[in-house]
Write a protein that binds this ligand. Structure first.
Ligand SMILES: [Fe+2]
Ligand SMILES: [Fe+2]
Length: 252
């Protein structure tokens, strides 16, 4: 082998190494590009997925209105004996907290419900503490609970059977929260004390979120075909109960 032949082979080997290196680099670049494209596409798909879920949820979750609005007569009754109303209000907040705890105890396998009810129990108990402070600041004496005819009659309409019972509990809770929100908002319009007015306006917002929370949970665990017709029935039942309730200085 002549010197020129050796040089030729060295040059060819060097070129081959260079080609391999370039090919490797190109391969790496192609893989990186593919990975980036994939990540980019995944991000786009993820965003689309979120939007589909959001809009589906919004479309599916039809917010509802109560069939009967609270009368001015109720507002006047409460304003005439606000101390008695406060005692009943405190009891309602405490019972709402207890109800949330009861729900999560009853359905420990439903993760979303357990998380939501834990937060709700704390929030309602915080409302209870705020009302208790109002009661104590005004030197009002707490009294033992009086049975709530509105809640009792609604409970009588909760069906038995595992699924029916669960769905009705969620929907009744949603309606009760909606009624609470409607009444707190109305009460705020009748109060003259700015601090109290602000307190009840905030409570109305808070209870409105709870109404949506229970409604959303109903749509998490049940289909639209299960929720909508039963919700309509329960709203009708609630309206019939509310118009027949005797007027008293209480939330219901
Ligand atoms: Fe509350
Ligand atoms: Fe609430």
């Amino acid at each position: 082998m002549g010197i020129s032949s050796v040089c030729y082979q060295v040059i060819m080997a060097a070129n081959y190494t260079q080609v391999c290196w370039v090919e490797k680099l190109y391969l790496n670049f192609t893989q990186i590009k593919k990975a980036l494209m994939s990540a980019y596409l995944n991000s786009i798909l993820y965003i689309i997925d979120i939007h589909i879920k959001y809009f589906t949820r919004v479309n599916v979750m039809n917010e509802f209105e109560l069939l009967v609005m609270t009368s001015e007569a109720w507002l006047n009754t409460v304003l005439q004996d606000f101390s008695t109303f406060l005692i009943d209000h405190a009891a309602n907040e405490r019972k709402a907290s207890a109800m949330a705890l009861s729900m999560l105890t009853h359905y420990p396998d439903r993760t979303q419900l357990v998380t939501a009810m834990t937060d709700l129990a704390i929030e309602e108990l915080n409302h209870f503490r705020q009302v208790i402070k109002l009661i104590q600041d005004n030197n009002i004496e707490l009294q033992s609970d009086v049975k709530d005819p509105y809640i009792m009659q609604l409970r009588d309409n909760i069906r038995s059977g595992r699924d029916n019972y669960f769905l009705d509990r969620l929907l009744v809770a949603s309606i009760v929260e909606k009624r609470g929100s409607e009444r707190f908002a109305l009460l705020a319009t009748g109060l003259t004390d700015a601090k109290l007015q602000h307190f009840y306006q905030n409570l109305a917002k808070s209870e409105s979120k709870h109404y949506l929370l229970f409604l959303e949970l109903a749509y998490v665990y049940f289909s639209v075909d299960d929720v909508v017709p039963r919700l309509k029935e329960l709203l009708k039942i609630e309206s019939e109960i509310i118009v027949k309730l005797p007027l008293r200085s209480a939330l219901h």
